[in-house]
Design a protein around this ligand. Structure first.
Ligand SMILES: *Cc1c(COP(=O)(O)O)cnc(C)c1O
Length: 410
């Protein structure tokens, strides 16, 4: 595909958008390795539940890949975030700084722990948590006395920071780590969208005290549903293992020393995870190839700009996402979504910024306008690992034509 923009007349479907059957999905699992073989082994041996060799193997594979000493598998990514917060020492009525431009799970997990999210606006370039906002907040709106950091407006203790590496790109971690060190805050990474990404040569998931992954169906690898907590801290790893197995002290006498959770992953799911991990590097390479093809195809298209790999990062481009500048004609990112849907192509806006969510109304927020601006303009394009470059061209063509229609209608 050349960079010359061919302005074709709009097709009838584009003029009268209605969803056609999906021919190109947004992000679907890629199952082409040893999944069947490993799952069959579980079924043949009867090791189907939350104990079994695949659970241990999956944990070891993820720990080795990310570079951490420990990994504990969980039933999903949200559960991983919940127990990670508890193990980090977050207590009821504490505050946790978290990105506002993200899927809702991390904020919900903070609430499960009885704590309160403090939402942090996005950075305009990277769309990730804007670390300078946190620095200003801690310097100007908090008190730090006797090793206790208090939000002056709410009177609550600020305990931890949860950076969310969204869309396969890492947060700018060096300044964040400097702040966390200064105020003795724990860093719990939500790396659920960024397994395989790296920051200055270090993998996402190995950039704070604890990190969480998800293996939901739309993530870069999947176990159907599943999650993982990784850490270098043995005490934290043991605590997470304890909390995820109903806080069982004695397996024979059923003695429990606190209220725990049934958050363990099953051996069947872990079997799928092992097969997926074997191909993770290939999947990352595929995602990056897809992103590069979109970049080439959409370069110079007026009104369209893509989220780029930050210069500090190795990104996985989990979801390739563009900003659509709304034009006078009133055609914006949602209109592009409908146009693509009319041709059977799935696309999706980003999440409602969490400080706008009814679920977390009344929460403290640092800024928020940038996240709202990005949300109004952003659209994620098909990004499945198995997406062919021909399909990338098909999608790109429609995006280019959409802009042409827009320019000609001005
Ligand atoms: C997917 C996701 C999670 C958690 O996912 P589960 O569906 O619970 O496995 C958490 N945070 C973010 C940012 C996510 O995208």
């Amino acid at each position: 595909m050349s960079n010359v923009i061919d302005c074709l007349p709009a097709s009838p479907e584009q003029l009268n958008p209605a969803s056609a059957p999906t021919t190109i999905a947004l992000c679907v699992p890629e199952i082409r390795g040893n999944e069947w073989r490993y799952v069959k082994e579980c079924l043949d041996t009867g090791w189907v539940s939350s104990a079994g060799s695949f659970v241990t193997r999956f944990e070891e594979m993820v720990a080795a890949y990310v570079g951490t000493r420990f990994a504990v598998a969980t039933v999903n990514g949200t559960a991983a975030l919940h127990v990670a917060l508890l193990a980090a020492g977050v207590e009821p009525e504490d505050e946790v700084l978290v990105s506002t431009l993200t899927f809702i799970a991390p904020a919900n997990a903070i609430r499960y722990a009885g704590a309160h999210p403090v939402f942090v606006d996005a950075d305009l370039q990277t769309w990730q948590m804007d670390v300078s906002r946190i620095a200003d907040f801690l310097e100007l709106q908090c008190r730090y006395k006797d090793r206790r950091l208090t939000n002056s407006s709410t009177g609550r203790r600020v305990r931890a920071i949860m950076p969310v590496h969204i869309l396969g790109h890492p947060v700018d971690m060096d300044p964040l780590r400097a702040i966390a060190e200064k105020y003795e805050l724990r860093i719990i990474e939500d790396a659920t969208e960024s397994l395989g990404a790296a920051y200055k040569g270090r993998r996402a998931g190995h950039l704070g005290n604890i990190a969480c992954f998800s293996f939901n169906g739309n993530k870069i690898i999947t176990t159907g549903g599943g999650g993982m907590v990784v850490t270098d801290d043995e005490i934290i790893a043991n605590r997470i293992r304890h909390l995820t197995t109903q806080a069982k002290k004695d397996p024979i006498e059923y003695i429990h020393d606190e209220v725990g959770f049934n958050y363990r992953l099953t051996n069947i799911q872990a079997a799928v995870g092992c097969a997926q991990m074997e191909l993770l590097d290939e999947y990352v390479a595929a995602k990056r190839r897809i992103a590069a093809a979109y970049d080439r195809n959409l370069d110079g298209v007026p009104g369209i700009s893509a989220l780029r790999e930050p210069n500090y990062a190795f990104s996985t481009f989990w979801m390739y996402t563009v900003l659509v500048e709304p034009a006078a004609a009133g055609r914006d990112s949602r209109e592009l979504m409908r146009t693509l849907a009319a041709s059977g192509i799935q696309s999706r806006p980003l999440w409602q910024p969490l400080h706008r969510s009814k679920a977390h109304s009344g929460s403290y927020v640092l800024g928020g306008e940038i996240a709202e601006k990005i949300n109004a303009k952003a659209l994620s394009l098909p990004s499945s690992v198995g997406l062919s470059l021909d399909s990338v061209d098909t999608v790109s063509e429609l995006v280019r034509n959409f802009q042409c229609d827009l320019n000609s209608s001005q």
